[in-house]
Write a protein that binds this ligand. Structure first.
Ligand code: NAI
Ligand SMILES: CCCCCC(=O)/C=C/C=C\C/C=C\C/C=C\CCCC(=O)O
Length: 265
């Protein structure tokens, strides 16, 4: 049970973020939902208030790409709930045309959210510790050719999470930091692969994405939410990347020694 725990989920108005919010509420936590989609977020809050009671959920409008908005909302959340135990950096987009925006949201937004949460949670600052979950992707472990910048941001999220987890352990912050790496999930995001305005110069590669979807069949948000909950609850897991596929969830084993091929120079 997560009774008494306070969670923050970015990109919570729909898709995976909505399913994470739901499973956290089902398990007793209070959830601050953050999203740029004000109408969607407000509507979801009304639904969740009816289902779980008032005071369990609060929606906040903020763009994770904006230092000002993210910091402001973070402070409002701490003022309302008193503390934060669980922080999920989930907001993400596919936009290969406006690739700087993709980097700002998918990578800079995750770094920003993680540092805000870490500063609040770490024991050196009087915090109680906690857990940060960064939503990467299977595309953070292997390339998605129709979305190279999206792929780069997700590799970045996995690398950042692993390095910062080691830093947290070495410094005794008391904060666990893990990455969640789903394969294709049935949300509005996967429609991007068929939209020229999202894949830009790589639109001609839609057939490759299609064949990857055959190799990694689309899964439902509820399955990813169960894996998310596992990361929240298992206090032994830190610095992990949890892959979620149609066959189940599995921790990625990163090689200790890189496999290389020597060349003569
Ligand atoms: N759907 C999929 O196949 C997979 C998705 N993911 C990742 O899961 C995360 C969630 O994606 P989905 O739920 O599928 O997408 P979605 O498009 O259904 O939901 C994303 C949510 O993030 C919000 N958002 C977008 N930009 C934002 C910003 N700048 N600030 C705050 N909120 C913002 C949107 O308004 C939306 O509510 C993303 O990081 C995505 O990369 C990872 C692997 C597979
Ligand atoms: C444009 C569609 C957006 C899809 C969102 C998303 O993040 C989905 C990713 C799903 C799969 C990623 C695709 C390919 C990964 C390639 C190889 C993985 C190999 C891993 C391994 O076994 O080494």
């Amino acid at each position: 049970m997560l009774k008494g725990k306070v969670a923050v989920v970015s990109g919570a108005a729909q898709g995976l973020g909505k399913s994470f919010t739901h499973i956290l509420l089902e398990n007793g936590a209070q959830v601050a939902m953050l999203d740029v989609d004000e109408a969607g977020g407000q509507e979801l809050q009304v639904q969740l208030n009816q289902q779980f009671g008032l005071e369990r959920t609060q929606f906040y409008k903020a763009d994770v790409a904006s230092e000002l908005q993210f910091t402001d909302v973070f402070q409002k959340i701490v003022s309302k709930f008193g503390h934060i135990d669980i922080f999920c950096n989930n907001a993400g987009i596919v936009d290969e045309k406006n690739w700087e925006k993709t980097v700002s949201i998918n990578l800079s937004g995750v770094v920003r959210g993680t540092y805000l949460a870490l500063d609040h949670m770490k024991k050196q600052n009087g915090g109680k510790g906690g857990i940060i979950i960064n939503v990467a992707s299977l595309a953070g472990l292997g390339p998605l050719p129709s979305a190279p910048v999206y792929t780069a941001t997700k590799f970045g999220v996995v690398g950042f999470t692993r390095a910062l987890s080691m830093a947290s352990q070495a410094s005794g912050y008391g904060v666990r930091i893990n990455a969640l790496c789903p394969s294709f999930v049935r949300t509005s995001l996967i429609d991007s692969f068929n939209q020229k305005e999202k894949t830009g110069n790589f639109h001609n590669l839609a057939a490759i994405t299609q064949s990857l979807m055959e190799k990694f069949p689309i899964i439902e948000v509820e399955q990813v939410a169960k894996a998310f909950l596992h990361l929240v609850k298992d206090e032994c897991v830190d610095g992990a990347a949890l892959l979620v596929k149609n066959t189940g969830a599995e921790y990625v084993i990163f090689p200790k020694d890189m496999e290389t091929t020597p060349i003569s120079i």
